[in-house]
Write a protein that binds this ligand. Structure first.
Ligand SMILES: Cc1cc2nc3c(=O)[nH]c(=O)nc-3n(C[C@H](O)[C@H](O)[C@H](O)COP(=O)(O)OP(=O)(O)OC[C@H]3O[C@@H](n4cnc5c(N)ncnc54)[C@H](O)[C@@H]3O)c2cc1C
Length: 548
């Protein structure tokens, strides 16, 4: 394997979802930008976002109310100043997206009789009013398309598709003295099977979530927590990883993988029901929360989990039959069509759903600028933990956070360009060292470990946790991690191996974080500590690999 190629850019962005692309657009005003992305440019969680972007765009709405709803979901773990800043800077960031060409559905398009220019705002769980901008039910696809086109037209931005970032190059990794700074990234070109060294003034990690750490997930295959694992290895603190959001309503069907039934469907009146044993579909959320089917996601997911375990049934149902076919087709064209493909007409049949891992609320600890504490190193989007979400994310706040923080990150990088240039000028970066790599004929080891991790994470570290389950998971991950570290250095590096190492690392961080938190709060529920402990209010769980 060749490891010689060295590439120089002013700025590197890892990831081409909304966070990465919007950051790249901002950074392109400062110099050249390499966007490194492990699959095709559009493959990301962003592409699959249906519901939309939560933002105060209606004169009847207010920042105060959006802040209040965000904090209610966050369950006394959020950072209030961060919540306010993101909410208040939302409209400017969203308007910038609109100026780039993003189109959001208007009331006129939904057949309302007013002047038709105002946006048709959706409502989702935990929001006390309609405030979610959407492009039908394919918001992510619309936004991703606009951002990719904008980047492609920009001469300062260059995409490196099918390039997976392996590890960050930092001054401490190279044994240089002084404050830790990022110098670049080691990247595997998966088409040429070649490791390249990228150098830059700044690196922004925008590698998205980690849903693939769980057996059942709404996330596409790219979501392996690579950014969290890379930053952890670079000694960046990782915060609140025990808070993993399980989306309550993923389509339950043997032939469909990871298809989400957006929360907006409940926002438009769908009711969660299950069979009562006598063949009748009955509502059950009234026993769990005053907002019933529109309760925050953690409560709904746990309620469904409980109902399924009690009844032994495989799924529950979303019932929106009273809305009529014309409305459902107009409001949810994508979901309507997907359901129809498998013989479910939303206007006539209830939709079978189950919960699945959806959103990683914790991540690389940053400030409002996405700054990690290592000079030049930033994390933006789902990979990061700014303090907006706290113990639970309010629906559709993630795209908003990525937009706002991307702008702040670029501004912060701009203000530090002089000092970053001095670090870059001060030394050479060695190329990637492959160890005694030989070709592996044991692909089965990778596949087995991958499946084992995802299964025990689902069974032991999922919606319902206990001390015993967490201990079991910890014992298993310790062995697997040991095996992977040995394997990693003995065999030729491949995308599968990079991802497996990262998934294992993230799984261990989630387990350790869950074991550290001896209470239940937001998305983290441990039956051995079922109460929220007031002394743990606003206390983050932080895991950091020590500098030795
Ligand atoms: C089905 C679904 C529906 C959702 N609906 C909504 C919604 O309606 N509203 C909302 O606010 N949020 C929603 N979310 C969450 C939201 O989509 C994500 O949080 C958000 O898109 C994350 O954006 P991102 O740019 O941080 O990451 P992503 O969009 O996931 O992009 C990550 C990028 O990093 C790349 N990458 C990862 N690792 C590496 C590596 N090692 N090297 C190189 N590249 C790498 C990936 O290939 C990808 O391009 C939804 C999520 C899903 C899965």
């Amino acid at each position: 394997m060749s490891t010689k190629e060295l590439l120089n850019y002013d700025h590197i962005v890892i990831g081409s979802g909304l966070a990465g692309l919007f950051t790249a657009i901002q950074l392109s005003k400062l110099g050249s930008v390499a966007v490194i992305t492990k699959r095709g440019v559009d493959e990301s969680n962003t592409k699959y976002a249906q519901g939309g972007i939560a933002c105060v765009m209606d004169k009847e709405d207010s920042f105060k109310e959006h802040v209040k709803d965000t904090m209610a979901a966050g369950d006394h773990l959020f950072k209030e100043d961060i919540v306010r800043t993101i909410v208040e800077n939302g409209p400017a960031a969203v308007n910038e997206l609109i100026e780039l060409g993003a189109h959001f559905t208007t009331r006129g398009e939904m057949g309302h009789n007013d002047d038709g220019k105002d946006y048709d705002l959706g409502r989702e769980g935990g929001h006390n009013r309609r405030r979610v901008l959407h492009a039908g039910d394919i918001t992510g696809e619309e936004v991703e398309k606009i951002l990719i086109n904008t980047c492609r037209r920009n001469e300062n931005i260059k995409f490196f598709e099918y390039h997976i970032a392996i590890d960050l190059v930092t001054t401490s990794r190279l044994g240089w003295l002084g404050e830790d700074s990022v110098l670049g990234v080691y990247v595997l070109d998966t088409k040429k099977n070649q490791v390249k060294t990228f150098t830059s003034l700044s690196v922004t990690v925008a590698s998205g979530g980690a849903g693939k750490v769980y057996l059942y997930s709404s996330n596409p295959d790219i979501a392996c927590g690579d950014g969290v694992a890379m930053c952890y290895r670079a000694h960046v603190p990782i915060a609140n990883m025990e808070f993993f959001q399980f989306h309550p309503t993923i389509l339950y069907h043997p032939t469909v993988k990871s298809f989400l039934i957006s929360e907006a469907v409940r926002g438009e009146g769908a009711i969660l029901k299950r069979y009562d044993g006598k063949g009748n579909l009955v509502e059950f959320m009234d026993r769990y929360h005053e907002m019933k089917s529109l309760a925050p996601r953690d409560i709904v997911a746990r309620a469904i989990d409980n109902e399924l375990k009690r009844s032994g049934q495989n799924c529950v149902f979303l019932d929106i039959r009273d809305k009529g076919e014309a409305f459902l087709k107009r409001r949810f064209p994508n979901i309507f069509e997907k359901c129809l493909e498998i013989g479910i007409n939303m206007a006539k049949d209830p939709i079978p759903v189950v919960p699945a891992a959806h959103y990683c609320c914790g991540g690389v600890k940053t400030d409002i600028n996405g700054f990690t504490g290592i000079n030049g190193l930033y994390a933006v989007g789902e990979v990061a933990s700014t303090g907006l979400h706290g113990a639970n994310r309010l629906a559709s706040n993630s795209l908003l956070e990525a937009l706002v923080v991307a702008k702040f990150a670029a501004k912060d990088i701009k203000s530090k360009l002089k000092i970053l240039s001095e670090t870059r000028a001060s030394g050479n970066i060695p190329t990637w060292r492959s160890g005694n790599a030989t070709n592996s004929d044991e692909q089965v080891v990778i596949t087995h470990n991958w499946e084992e991790i995802r299964s025990f994470m689902w069974d032991y570290v999922g919606i319902f946790r206990t001390n015993k389950r967490l201990e079991r998971a910890k014992n298993r991950i310790k062995n697997i991690r040991r095996e992977i570290e040995k394997y990693y250095w003995d065999f030729l590096i491949t995308q599968d191996l990079v991802e497996l190492r990262n998934i294992a690392s993230v799984a261990e961080i989630i387990i350790d974080s869950a074991m550290n938190r001896k209470e239940s709060r937001g998305l983290h529920f441990n039956a051995d500590y079922p109460q929220r402990e007031p002394e743990m209010d606003y206390v983050d769980t932080v895991i950091q690999q020590p500098y030795t």
